[in-house]
Design a protein around this ligand. Structure first.
Ligand SMILES: [Zn+2]
Ligand SMILES: [Zn+2]
Length: 95
């Protein structure tokens, strides 16, 4: 099973976890603090990835960052504004 190379971010305040599917120039914030990058060696379980793909996707219209929510928390922000929630799939994550 291939590992997901995307970075995983966590918010230590609300416990929200996100996988970055497209990286932009902005910095991810949640609960008013920068989110923490989880160690890359922590691989995303296929079940979590599948759940994430059905779950909420947030996107930053300013820098183009896209994240998938794997553990719901508060709404993440990027570039100083709340990210936009999208339930539809825009495109498949390229593997
Ligand atoms: Zn949070
Ligand atoms: Zn941004």
């Amino acid at each position: 099973m291939a590992n997901v190379s995307a970075k995983r971010y966590v918010c230590k305040v609300c416990g929200g976890e996100y996988i970055v599917t497209r990286e932009g120039s902005g910095e991810l914030f949640c609960c008013g603090r920068p989110m923490t990058v989880k160690d890359a060696e922590v691989s995303v379980k296929p079940a979590a990835k599948a759940a994430a793909q059905k779950g909420a996707r947030y996107n930053c219209s300013a820098c183009g960052t896209q994240v998938l929510c794997i553990t719901p928390g508060n709404i993440p922000s990027c570039c100083g504004r709340p990210m936009e929630k999208q339930l539809m799939r825009i495109d498949a994550v390229s593997e």
